[in-house]
Design a protein around this ligand. Structure first.
Ligand code: C5P
Length: 224
């Protein structure tokens, strides 16, 4: 069976990663959460006091970074490691979440991550979720999805997810973070978040995760 690339872009908190993970499992594809890569770089910069506004400091820091997804055999999920350290437990908190869009707007950071992502997709058979996968990373992806949902619905879902992971926050903070990140991600100069011309829009406001997964699998199976 032909292996394809599924590019899943869209707004913050609309269930992209959860959906992409399930679609990848169903197709026996590799799932790559590119947001985790931007979060891991942000974690490294903050932990090492890298001044984001200094291009030389950023370039030097990127030279020190090696990113890798390592499969956790008990969850079956690839966890992001930076220089051999599993940083997955540290990258989803509000501190990283509120700074990641600033780091992701830096051209050198994008060039670094996009090169890694393109290597990961060389053999196809991947579901990659992010903001610029269908527009920049894999503009020739066989299937492009653009996911969106009502912002309050997204905030409520994200709050439940964060609470289940023991992250303390409020609905107001989650909603304002989502609005802020969408704004920064859509208006930045480098690879802004936008729908690829040939992407299929999936509005998940009224859909369950199962319905989201099914709708994408249906589109994929029409191609494979
Ligand atoms: O997907 P997630 O919400 O974890 O992504 C965190 C942030 O990383 C986004 O808000 C965006 O600023 C950045 N990002 C990006 N390009 C990607 C994936 C994520 O700019 N391909």
């Amino acid at each position: 069976m032909e292996k394809i690339i599924i590019a899943l872009d869209g707004h913050a908190g609309c269930g992209k990663s959860t959906t992409a993970k399930a679609v990848a499992k169903e197709l026996d594809y590799i799932f790559i959460d590119t947001g985790a890569m931007y979060r891991a770089v942000t974690y490294y910069f903050l932990s090492n006091n890298v001044d984001f506004s200094d291009a030389v400091e950023v370039e030097n820091a990127l030279k020190e970074i090696s990113l890798k997804f390592v499969l956790n055999p008990s969850s079956g999920i690839g966890e992001i490691h930076i220089n051999g350290e599993n940083v997955e437990p540290f990258i989803r908190n509000m501190e990283i979440t509120s700074r990641v869009s600033d780091v992701a707007s830096i051209k050198a950071v994008r060039v670094f991550n996009v090169a890694e992502q393109q290597k990961m997709g060389k053999e196809k058979g991947i579901v990659m979720d992010g903001r610029d996968i269908g527009t920049v990373v894999f503009p020739n992806a066989e299937l492009k999805i653009f996911m969106t949902a009502d912002v309050t619905v997204r905030a409520k879902r994200r709050l439940v997810e964060m609470e289940s992971k023991g992250v303390e926050t409020s609905l107001e903070d989650v909603e304002s973070d989502i609005r802020n990140r969408d704004h920064l991600d859509s208006t930045r100069k480098e690879s802004p978040l936008k729908k690829a011309d040939d992407a299929v829009v999936v509005d998940t406001s009224g859909l369950t995760i199962n319905q989201q997964v099914e709708s994408i699998l249906k589109l994929a199976k029409n191609i494979i």
